[in-house]
Write a protein that binds this ligand. Structure first.
Ligand code: SF4
Length: 706
């Protein structure tokens, strides 16, 4: 065709961090058809319900933002604008804020769904031109406790395992992860591993007996937020029963003696009181974990989204270090990323606490390295605001310009009352978005219409450190543009105003040139893929990092050397910290939240597919039947779920897959379905002190008839 979009391309599913390969074929009617890519090592042709129906989300111009808009005053209606007007206005607003209030009056809130190239340029704009570390992302809500868990124990933000390990494991320990819904293709691989090896032991730790638990040989119904007690007690049993690997501990780790002393108080009986798991099951879990020839643990939001999320991650990694179940086939602590490019965002430094190439903004040498690479005099030294801190600062009037890209904070951030106050207080809210259904658009002063899957070229990194190419198969609709191009355009407008010599730093001709500059920043770092290029990815297919110029490394730490100061992995002397929200006589129910099988985040894409909305048609509160009896509630009755932060109204249903005292509301529905706000009206912004990740998974609530 005239646009050049007429061939089938290999790309990546845009939903979860499994990173499945897809083959995408443009159709004459402006849509695409999608099939699984049999050559891609993440999925070998398999797709889940979401990936299979990706084609049905295309060609729907009515669902899309098609042109820039500006509104002149908070109560004015948005007016269509040309790109030149929009870019000039954004550049002018940024320049004015920087001049009048300083660089830290500007903040960027990004997304783990941006491609690596988009993320990289946003970071270069924020730190290399605006001069602020106020750049963070919805990955803060998702993976930051996994990052701090890895860094504190193993020395680097690097998942050591890979998907192939499912085929070699003797025990798979799944904690706080509903893989059957959130990573379905990996779950299928686990099912096949179990079928091929019936001796494989599967342990599932979750307050809900999810579909993932259906495959478990041992299910541990842990109380929300109490996993550290469970993991400590398991390690205590391993020590008591001589199941630890003393040689591995002696040769490759530090800090075990202090932790060992601490663990004495975590007997199975004492831990059972804290975590709600029967002491016999704690002992069995410890024996299976330690006694298997290779144990793989898989974990995600159920560990991360707590104010003690970093401790939970570290306590689970302790089990691997104490047993030597790391760095060998079938073994390792494996954080499964929620979003398609949460990993890439960490690699480019798209978080307040990271610089490109896994560098640290608090380290003067690291700042100097990046400044030299970018050819700017220096990087900002003031610490940046993480996601929740950013919105708290905005609510206090400290943020004048907030640029939000590819995410929907007016639905997805916790404590929505605070978030909405923040969005109303910011003088200029810029929303760069593809879909017209985002609740955040109601707060936008400037709307920048973005291209989305399958209209963009770029790359992503999946959970197993594998970098894949994302390829465009359709032109963007209307005036929508690729995210990296919008950022580069704004940067040149802004540079012309505040630092004309830096405009040339944003002269990129295509996504490949952005990737090349980004890849160069990884040279000499733990993730080094400086010798990787689009040409290699096109010729040889997806590659894992670190990449030596020929091959990527399948798994890490096989030599027992860790990227810490001493070269040894660290045991941390972790005590017991309960989650922030406490149940009380007023708020006696522990409310948790999570994904459904067929929806993604705030449903801007999945709600376009009728087949996906049929799995669960409306949001409901799921409660244990005994709790419903106690509260005199009938199935289907409309209830008010309330706490000190807000209230929502929705029907209640009995669900005996939950522990008594625990209730569940899916995260996907927001303003439209629940009369103003979704479950995040109730969730907590209490932060993990290390990772700054909020406690989205637990809110103490009351439930009463509406
Ligand atoms: Fe897409 Fe994840 Fe499903 Fe794979 S498992 S098809 S990446 S949603």
């Amino acid at each position: 065709t005239a646009t050049g979009f007429n061939n089938t391309v290999s790309s990546i599913c845009c939903y979860c961090g499994t990173g499945c390969g897809v083959r995408v074929t443009p159709q004459a009617n402006g849509t695409v058809t999608v099939s699984g890519d049999e050559q891609h090592p993440a999925n070998f042709g398999r797709l889940c319900s979401k990936g299979r129906t990706l084609g049905d989300t295309t060609g729907k111009a009515a669902a899309r933002l098609l042109r820039p808009t500006l509104r002149h005053g908070k109560h004015a209606l948005p007016q269509p604008a040309s790109w030149d007007d929009a870019l000039r206005t954004v550049g002018g607003k940024l320049a004015a804020a920087i001049r009048e209030h300083g660089p830290d009056s500007v903040a960027f809130y990004l997304s783990g769904q941006l491609l690596t190239e988009d993320y990289y340029l946003f970071n270069k704009l924020a730190r290399g031109l605006v001069g602020s570390n106020n750049i963070d992302t919805n990955s803060r809500l998702c993976m930051s406790s996994a990052v701090s868990g890895y860094k504190q124990t193993l020395g680097a933000d690097a998942p050591p395992a890979c998907y192939e390990d499912f085929d070699h494991a003797g025990c798979v320990f799944i904690a706080g992860a509903n893989m059957a819904y959130a990573h379905p293709v990996l779950f299928r691989r686990l099912e096949e591993a179990k079928a091929a090896n019936p001796a494989l032991k599967i342990i599932v730790v979750d307050p809900r007996r999810t579909d993932t638990a259906s495959i478990a040989d041992l299910y541990l119904p842990v109380l929300p937020g109490s996993d550290v007690a469970l993991f400590h007690a398991m390690l205590n049993v391993m020590i008591w029963e001589e199941l630890i690997d003393r040689d591995y501990i002696a040769q490759h780790t530090e800090g075990f003696a202090a932790l060992r002393a601490r663990l004495r108080e975590f007997t199975p009986r004492a831990a059972s009181e804290l975590c709600g798991v029967h002491e016999d099951d704690i002992v069995t879990a410890a024996r299976w974990f330690a006694g298997s020839p290779a144990t793989l643990s898989c974990y995600t939001m159920g560990l991360n989204q707590y104010s003690n999320g970093s401790d939970k991650n570290a306590a689970l990694i302790h089990l691997h270090l104490a047993t030597g179940h790391i760095g060998k086939p079938g073994a390792g602590p494996f954080s499964l990323t929620g979003q398609p490019n949460a990993m890439g965002g960490r690699e480019v430094g798209g978080l307040a606490t990271v610089l490109p190439g896994h560098r640290d903004p608090a380290d003067a040498a690291h700042r100097a390295e990046v400044a030299a690479l970018w050819q700017v005099p220096a990087l900002p030294t003031r610490p940046g605001l993480s996601a929740i801190e950013m919105f708290e600062a905005a609510a206090e009037g400290k943020i004048k310009v907030l640029w939000i890209a590819c995410t929907n904070p007016a639905h997805s951030l916790p404590d929505q009352a605070l978030v909405r106050k923040a969005l109303e207080r910011v003088e200029c809210v810029i929303v760069q978005e593809a879909f017209a259904s985002s609740e955040t658009l109601a707060y936008a002063d400037i709307v920048l219409p973005a291209a989305t899957w399958p209209e963009k070229d770029g790359s992503v990194t999946n959970s197993e450190r594998r970098i894949s190419r994302v390829r465009a198969a359709l032109p963007p609709p209307g005036l929508a543009r690729e995210d990296w191009r919008i950022v580069a355009d704004v940067a040149r407008w802004l540079a012309a105003d505040i630092a004309p010599e830096r405009g040339r730093l944003f002269e990129f001709v295509d996504a490949a040139t952005v990737f090349a500059e980004h890849a160069a920043t990884t040279a000499g770092r733990d993730l080094d893929y400086s010798r990787l290029s689009y040409a290699i990815l096109d010729a040889q297919g997806p590659q894992q990092w670190p990449f030596d110029g020929k091959v990527g490394r399948t798994r890490l730490y096989g030599d027992g050397v860790f990227p810490t100061a001493s070269g040894r992995a660290q045991f941390l002397d972790l005590g017991w910290r309960p989650p922030a929200d406490k149940v009380s006589a007023h708020f006696p129910i522990r409310l948790t939240t999570g994904r459904l099988r067929d929806h993604w985040h705030t449903m801007s894409r999945t709600a376009l597919v009728p087949g996906l909305t049929r799995h669960v048609e409306e949001p409901q509160l799921a409660m244990h039947p005994r709790d419903m009896q106690r509260h005199r509630l009938q199935a289907g009755e409309l209830v008010k779920v309330r706490n000190k932060r807000g209230a929502i109204y929705l029907p209640v249903q009995a669900d005996d897959s939950l522990r008594a005292g625990v209730a569940f509301v899916p995260m996907h529905w927001g303003a439209a379905a629940l009369g103003g706000q979704g479950v995040n009206a109730l969730t907590s912004r209490a932060l993990d002190p290390q990772s700054k990740q909020p406690e989205l998974k637990l809110a103490a609530v009351s439930v009463e008839p509406a």
